[in-house]
Design a protein around this ligand. Structure first.
Ligand SMILES: C[S@@+](CC[C@H](N)C(=O)[O-])C[C@H]1O[C@@H](n2cnc3c(N)ncnc32)[C@H](O)[C@@H]1O
Length: 281
């Protein structure tokens, strides 16, 4: 998720730019950890209590209900891993519906907020500090991999999709939400929400560092299909998420206003299934 434009010094209101060139994966990860520690102090820790105490499962910037999207499938007695779980609220919603959860995130600060909420509200489930590109989890262990504004934006698709495939059982499902490709093409370079002009080339956002933000990945739709298929997935759905009627702008994440997202999808939800015997002709 693009957090630029909101990654500001809370005292001065000035955005705090990071180095514009990020040389390698190690530096990107360090930068992204720094960004998410800062976002946690500014927003996610404070928001976590509200999210943990919500009942309904919802997705993304404008809280689109799972009851409307119906992408997760049955959750009772299902083994699920939440990749880049942040403060863990999405995982908590699934555990309350009977799923057995492992939640993974790179950020010690995000996981500290998750632990605080677990202790206050429950339920308990394992919270693992790890890189979604190198999961410390066994092969063939899960029925469902979920990630809401998590691995898809913040990890290299070649690595995290391979890991998702490795930990899933044959026939297991991968469901992830990320910013739309279109929104990444239309956000101003410095800060502010997406506008009505294409501001950069499609290939320029496959890996991109925003001013005041971290290193993100916004592959084209063709590239998503290619990396999913290369790792043994069958693509079942690509849902384009618009803001609902009457939606308000998100209070923190500034990538797209509710008005923009009513016209163009601000987010995309992918559903894929790891091929199994059904797929062998
Ligand atoms: C937007 S939060 C997602 C959590 C939650 N679903 C949400 O919408 O707030 C993005 C999370 O990605 C995590 N993250 C970034 N890079 C990661 C990596 N390489 N491996 C695991 N988690 C990562 C960050 O620490 C952050 O908690």
């Amino acid at each position: 998720m693009r957090v630029s434009g909101r990654s500001r010094d809370p005292r001065t209101g000035q955005s705090r730019p990071y180095p514009s060139a990020v040389g390698n994966d190690r530096e990107s990860r360090a930068l992204n950890r720094q960004v998410w520690a800062e976002v946690n102090a500014q927003f996610t820790d404070g928001e976590a209590d509200h999210a943990w105490t919500s009942d309904a499962i919802s997705w993304g910037l404008f809280g689109t209900p799972e009851s409307e999207l119906d992408v997760l499938g049955p959750l009772l007695d299902v083994d699920v891993v939440d990749l880049a779980c942040g403060t863990g609220y999405f995982a908590a919603w699934l555990v309350r519906r009977g799923a057995r959860l492992v939640a993974v995130d790179l950020s010690a600060e995000q996981l500290a907020s998750a632990r605080r909420c677990q202790a206050t509200y429950g339920p308990g489930f394992p919270l693992v500090q790890a890189d979604a590109e190198r999961l410390p989890l066994a092969c063939d262990r899960f029925d469902l991999v979920v990630s809401e504004h998590g691995a898809a934006a913040w990890c290299d698709p070649r690595h995290w999709v391979r890991e998702a495939a490795r930990v899933l059982r044959p026939g297991g499902r991968l469901v992830f939400l990320t910013n739309s490709l279109l929104s990444a093409l239309c956000v101003p370079a410095d800060e502010g929400p997406a506008g009505e002009l294409l501001l950069r080339g499609q290939r320029d956002v496959a890996r991109v560092q925003w001013s005041g933000g971290g290193v993100e990945h916004h592959p084209s739709h063709g590239d998503w299909i290619a990396v999913l298929r290369a790792n043994g997935f069958v693509v079942e759905q690509l849902r384009e998420i618009y803001s609902p009627a009457g939606a308000h702008d998100h209070e923190y994440y500034g990538i797209a206003t509710a008005a923009w997202a009513a016209q163009w999808p601000a987010e995309e939800l992918w559903v894929a299934r790891l091929a199994d015997a059904r797929d062998v002709p």
